[in-house]
Design a protein around this ligand. Structure first.
Ligand code: E4P
Length: 219
């Protein structure tokens, strides 16, 4: 199971790499807006810095434009920055049409803002590399986000679709654990949720006892 970080923060990306669980990065316009960038150039340079940290894996960078020509222009610009960049395209008619175009040109895409099985099928049909169903935002409106993940996984299996499921809008460790049981390709999560997987009180109590026992007898 792959762990992507949903962040633009270089220190978090470096920390995940150091700890050994960094498989990729996703960003979105809201995360970018918190990064104190004042120009498109600065943002693009930041994407390149992220690419330089990543050993393997890729980073999804989202287009801002909504009409077809803007999505194509921006996507081509983004993908030309570095081979690790995946063009993140919102789930709209223009977005799906653009993903089809990018697929033909071997430009990798991540179809984002996916909230239904129908949308996930469309993303797979046009050859998106990733589909990003938003688990937490569905939970927020009283739909079970994890059920959608299960449905997408089943239907993708039925048809042998190659699009990988990248569960997004992860809000707690249980989201990650349930996604692992469903067997999806990856989650993209804030770092604190992944870090919470390290902890168990019995590990901490056990380690404390081991060291105390050892120090009682051995100098
Ligand atoms: C996914 O690609 C998005 O960037 C992200 O996971 C959305 O998460 P949020 O619903 O917590 O904003």
């Amino acid at each position: 199971m792959k762990f992507f970080l949903d962040t633009v923060k270089l220190d978090e990306i470096k920390k995940a790499k150091e700890l050994g669980f960094l498989d990729g990065v996703t960003t979105n316009p809201s995360l970018i807006s918190k990064g104190y960038f004042s120009s498109k150039n600065e943002i693009f340079n930041h994407y390149i810095s992220i690419c330089n940290i990543l050993e393997n894996g890729d980073i999804s960078a989202e287009v801002i434009g909504n009409n077809y020509d803007d999505i194509i222009q921006e996507g081509e610009e983004l993908s030309s920055l570095n081979h690790k960049i995946v063009v993140k395209v919102p789930m709209t008619k223009n977005g799906i049409r653009a993903i089809k175009f990018f697929s033909k040109k071997n430009i990798s895409t991540n179809c984002t803002l996916v909230f239904s099985l129908g949308q996930a099928i469309l993303a797979a049909k046009v050859g998106a590399k990733y589909v990003s169903p938003f688990v937490g935002r569905l939970d927020d409106i009283s739909y079970n986000g994890l059920n959608l993940i299960k449905e997408i996984k089943n239907v993708y299996n039925n048809y042998g679709f190659q699009t990988k499921i990248l569960a997004a809008s992860i809000r707690n460790p249980l989201h990650i654990l349930e996604c692992s049981k469903i067997g999806i390709y990856a989650v993209t999560s804030p770092i604190n949720i992944i870090l919470s997987l390290f902890h168990h009180p019995m590990t901490e109590i056990g380690l404390d006892k081991f060291i105390k026992d050892y120090n009682k007898k051995i100098n």
